[in-house]
Design a protein around this ligand. Structure first.
Ligand code: GLU
Length: 279
């Protein structure tokens, strides 16, 4: 089976050196193994995605010398795929509607005095987990906005076996999806959260090697569980290093000084970027 990799940017800002590294890494893994390299536009968050960023990211990637297969998968065109996955999980009784606002969650955590923390901060305290069905229906009928959360303990016991996944750099890992608590799989304003969309998309695009930054290493524990629940093929992963700024912080889109377009305007060539990012 040929290796299939992907680069999955969100068109919510200009690409920077960190993106260039991730894109080159994915393309290189594919070419080293005589495989295929795909791009996916993670534009499901309509409030933050912009056409001008999308146009620019293709320009930047071409300028870097990358080639990718057509068509590019665009998340915003595939709401029904995420809906189908949510339905499957719902039919298993593993989802529940969560009506809490961010503020209410913070207040609940403050009341409790302490909260278990996961890779993304304090875990959801479970306020809506055991709402009776009649109350849920009532609140939905009243038009109160809600997200859909995964009951992660129930989901893990539903699988009732240990799950493993493999990272090319760190080896075989025992999946510990509960570190994230009851994650949101469909947000109030978007049809799928990152976690749900990424496992559905990777499966539908036939990705066999998921390459991405090591900041998303922990997310793979949860993705492995979702793949099992949804009967999706399990890829391999390769989490790579992050490109840091002069202060040792991960580059963010707001650091415009380091955007590829700025570097290009300053006269840098694609070869210079590749050289800067060489391991
Ligand atoms: N859109 C995600 C990001 O930019 C991609 C994450 C992934 O590759 O799974 O961080």
């Amino acid at each position: 089976m040929p290796v299939v990799t992907r680069f999955a940017p969100s068109p919510t800002g200009w690409l920077h050196l960190g993106h260039a590294y991730a894109a080159l890494f994915a393309a290189e893994q594919a070419s080293q193994q005589d495989g295929r390299f795909l791009i996916r536009l993670e534009d499901i968050d309509a409030t933050r995605s912009r056409p001008e960023y999308e146009k620019a990211l293709f320009e930047d990637l071409s300028w870097l010398g990358l080639h990718w297969e057509q068509p590019v998968r665009r998340q915003s065109d595939h709401a029904e795929d995420y809906q189908a996955a949510l339905q499957q999980l719902k039919a298993l009784g593993l989802l529940y509607p969560c009506f809490c606002t961010r503020k209410e969650i913070q207040e609940e955590i403050a009341r409790a005095g302490q909260a278990p923390h996961g890779p993304d901060g304090a875990l959801y305290p479970g306020t809506c987990r055991s709402r009776p069905m009649s109350q849920q229906q009532d609140m939905i009928a009243k038009g109160i906005p809600y997200a859909m959360r995964l009951n992660v303990e129930k989901a893990a016991s539903f699988v009732h076996k240990e799950l493993f996944w493999e990272d090319a750099a760190c080896g075989v890992q025992l999946a510990t999806p509960s570190i994230f608590g009851d994650v949101v799989l469909a947000r109030k304003d978007t049809p799928a959260s990152y976690h749900l969309a990424v496992v559905v998309d990777d499966a539908l695009q036939g990705i066999t090697l998921v390459t991405r930054g090591e900041d998303l290493f922990a997310a793979s524990h949860l993705h492995r569980l979702l793949q099992e629940l949804l009967h999706l093929p399990v890829p391999r992963w390769h989490h790579h290093r992050l490109i840091l700024d002069g202060n040792g912080r991960r580059l963010a889109k707001r650091d415009d000084a380091r955007s590829l377009r700025t570097l290009r305007e300053e006269g840098l060539r694609a070869e210079d970027i590749r050289e800067m990012l060489a391991d």
